[in-house]
Design a protein around this ligand. Structure first.
Ligand code: AMP
Ligand code: ZN
Length: 469
């Protein structure tokens, strides 16, 4: 499997360093609000990556953190008058609901920052001892960027052009990308803004900065050198750059062998973000009648190293595409018995698998992989129109789709129960059709439609389905 490594700026082969288990860390949500679909684009990409790694036969240990302590979580929980852990717990639960709705496979471990403050204090202590960190008069601890010579290697910043140093310290979790600053590892307790959120450290009361959270949790669960670190492109600087600096200064080892970054989801040319107030949550889209599956398909089908421009036309397009797949599957599932003039689908199936896997293993080339799928569907359709697909071939095709869906995760539908009354009308219609009583058959079809279902007839038989909008 080949990936594009953002640090090396080239495609490389992905392999576990120990030859056994690939250790992957993905930056998780800040749980102070519902995720917007820009965030979810990154998580869907990470899911495609996860599934492709597993599909390639590698074993995987995947850790995604929950940022449940930073400026935003504290500020918002205080504004809501709810204890921090309760406040973030509710949004963490909403995040997991979104993942389920989007058929995103769970990571092996979801550590929360507040459960790992001890490990963070340990790292900061070691950075202080090694001279990579210093305390300010107010009790903050800052990382000394000028001492870490490789700073900027991930995001390919030219440090000479940027001002480096303590004169430019930053004590918030987000800051202007143009400003290269000594960043906070620890923030001194501020009784006005921090409420009752603090921990005791050898250098004073306070709480960890955002960046150290990921380093401490990645190292705890995946070791000092991990195989792959992933996130959205906005995380590259300063967040990932800072993660590298703190971790490598602390351990003296390479922090992550590979880096991957997903490009943004944009709306009318601008990054979708909470601060720009141009965002939709998954709930917004579900309440407009779209399904998680449709949203997943939309987010999945643009290559992760391309910006994805979100539009409702795009979402309607995803719906249409899924209907074509569903329709294809329905037809195959309804084929019974042998056909008189059966074709051999095995060559088509192996052509599909070869084309699909070659593309998906090439840095998740999703558009080309999907176009192999649609070529295949077209070809099988035309064989079926010629009456050449019997039950056995249909089952072979369905098994191939199921196999590829381990990667895509878009083919399973929620099963709609067909009400008894509809089933009965359908059976009566089948009898009428056998007797060639077309008038009665049409009447029954209309009755079925009146109940919100449709009958589809094809050479290989009829079936009844829920009527779609
Ligand atoms: P946050 O909850 O802000 O820490 O972001 C969670 C993840 O979503 C990070 O990996 C971000 O890089 C990513 N992200 C934020 N905004 C967007 C966007 N508009 N498109 C894609 N990914 C995004
Ligand atoms: Zn992170």
């Amino acid at each position: 499997m080949i990936i594009y490594d953002t640090k090396l700026e080239k495609k490389v082969e992905l392999r576990p360093q120990d030859g056994r288990i690939l250790r992957m860390y993905t930056c998780g949500p800040t749980v102070y609000n519902f995720a917007h679909i820009g965030n979810l684009r990154t998580y869907v990409f990470e899911d495609l990556l996860r599934r492709t790694i597993l599909f390639s036969g590698m074993k995987l240990l995947h850790v995604m953190n929950l940022t449940d302590i930073d400026d935003k979580t504290i500020r918002s929980s205080m504004a809501a008058g709810v204890p921090l852990k309760v406040f973030t717990g509710e949004f963490a639960e909403a995040f997991f609901e979104d993942l389920r709705e989007l058929n995103i496979q769970p990571a092996e471990i979801y550590p929360a920052a507040t459960d790992h403050v001890e490990e963070m204090i340990g790292m900061i202590d070691s950075l202080l001892n090694k001279g990579y960190a210093y305390t300010s008069e107010e009790g903050n601890v800052f990382f000394r960027i000028s001492k870490f010579k490789e700073y900027g290697a991930l995001s390919h910043l030219c440090l000479d052009d940027l001002k480096v140093g303590a004169s430019n310290r930053v004590n918030v979790d987000e800051y202007d990308k143009e400003n290269l600053s000594d960043f906070a590892l620890w923030k001194a307790y501020d009784p006005v803004n921090d409420g009752n959120v603090f921990w005791e450290a050898p250098w004073g009361r306070g709480r960890p900065g955002w960046h150290i959270e990921c380093s401490a949790m990645a190292i705890k669960y995946l070791g000092e050198t991990i195989d792959l670190h992933v996130g959205g492109i906005d995380n590259m600087f300063p967040h990932h750059e800072n993660e590298i600096a703190q971790s490598e200064a602390c351990t003296g080892k390479c922090f992550s062998r590979h880096w991957m970054h997903a490009y943004h989801l944009i709306v009318e040319g601008k990054k979708m973000s909470k601060s720009l107030k141009n965002f939709f949550t998954l709930r917004d889209l579900l309440s407009k009648g779209y399904t998680g599956r449709e949203v997943r398909y939309l987010l999945l089908s643009t290559h992760y190293r391309t910006q994805l421009n979100f539009t409702f036309e795009g979402l309607d397009g995803a719906r249409q595409t899924l209907r074509r797949i569903d329709d294809f599957i329905d037809r195959l599932e309804n084929i019974r018995g042998k056909s008189e003039n059966e074709c051999d689908v095995t060559a088509l199936v192996s052509e599909l698998k070869k084309g699909f896997t070659e593309e998906i293993f090439d840095d998740l080339n999703i558009s080309a992989a999907i176009s192999h799928l649609f070529d295949f569907i077209r070809k099988v359709h035309s064989e079926n129109d010629l009456g050449k697909i019997g039950e056995k071939q249909a089952q072979t095709v369905l098994a191939a789709l199921k196999e590829l869906d381990q990667v895509l995760g878009v083919m399973e539908r929620e099963q709609v129960a067909i009400p008894k009354e509809v089933n009965q009308l359908f059976e009566e219609r089948e009898v009428a059709r056998k007797k060639k009583d077309w008038a009665l058959s049409d009447k029954l079809r209309l009755q079925i439609e009146g109940l919100g279902f449709v009958v589809e007839d094809s050479r290989s038989g009829s079936c009844v389905k829920k009527k779609l909008d």
